[in-house]
Design a protein around this ligand. Structure first.
Ligand SMILES: [Zn+2]
Length: 264
């Protein structure tokens, strides 16, 4: 961790009252240059849809489910939030079909990306460090999280991380049947965390099919096309697909738990 670079990154996007927009002077150019040199901030990247999809698929080939799962678990005691979206990103990237842009008014029908756009990797990095990610299904973020993982440390979970993982899964199973992913985040209090971090973990566990509504699958066993992800925003403003659909009455998918967390 480079604390100076992280401080510069945070100062670009976050202040005492919340979100900020970087300007030409903030962070100061020499600070920005330092953060870019350290791999914490990045210049804008113009990238076409088809090129992005190739990067996503290549990134999935560079890692394994075990490494991605280990990164997630190793974040639980350490609160190294940047390691959490490696798991969801790997599952989305691994299942993403090779495809060219298929137009809809909302972006590509397959993946949701736009045909051409400028990717702001600095904001992705800010969100990854601050909350463990927020745009879990966005192809550019999926690629970014895996690309950074390939260039950064790849932690091994400790016995304490595994204990927290088992405790969380057990506490999720004990929620009342009507609990949703939004109000069920309290089951994750076995880990040192704030609510935003816990909601992020709920999203990742849903993408991994561990919190699975069978009618709204995640990405462990296949890709759910963008156009087929039933919108939850009208009912659950703070959680995306598929976490917004989960109820505790759907249960915890034991097969998915075994596939994603083979460790005892
Ligand atoms: Zn696409």
């Amino acid at each position: 961790m480079d604390k100076r670079a992280l401080r510069i990154l945070n100062s670009a996007y976050w202040g005492p009252t919340g979100w900020l927009k970087p300007t030409a002077d903030r962070p100061p150019p020499e600070d920005r240059a330092y953060a870019e040199q350290a791999g914490y901030m990045f210049p804008p990247l113009a990238i076409g849809h088809d090129e992005l999809i190739a990067l996503v698929r290549d990134a999935a080939d560079q890692t394994t489910l075990r490494a991605a799962s280990d990164a997630f678990v190793a974040s639980l005691s350490t609160r190294s939030l940047r390691h959490r979206p490696v798991l969801s990103s790997f599952l989305v990237a691994r299942s993403m079909p090779d495809h060219t842009y298929l137009h809809s008014d909302y972006g590509c029908q397959v993946c949701g990306a736009w045909p051409d756009r400028e990717v702001d990797r600095s904001i992705f990095n800010f969100e990854r460090h601050k909350w463990g990610g927020t745009r879990f299904l966005e192809p550019a973020f999926v690629w970014f999280a895996l690309d950074r993982f390939a260039h950064e440390d790849q932690p091994e979970p400790t016995a304490e991380d595994q204990r927290i993982r088992r405790q969380i899964l057990s506490d999720l199973a004990d929620l009342p049947p009507k609990a949703t992913a939004t109000n069920g985040e309290r089951a994750l209090r076995a880990m040192r965390s704030n609510q935003d971090e816990r909601l992020g973990v709920m999203e990742i566990l849903a993408i991994a099919d561990i919190l699975q509504d069978p009618a709204h699958p995640g990405f462990l066993n296949g890709f759910v096309p963008f156009a087929e992800r039933e919108d939850v925003t009208a009912r659950h403003m703070d959680l995306g697909y598929p976490a917004g659909w989960w109820r505790r009455s759907h249960g915890i998918n034991a097969t998915a738990v075994d596939a994603v967390f083979p460790q005892p």
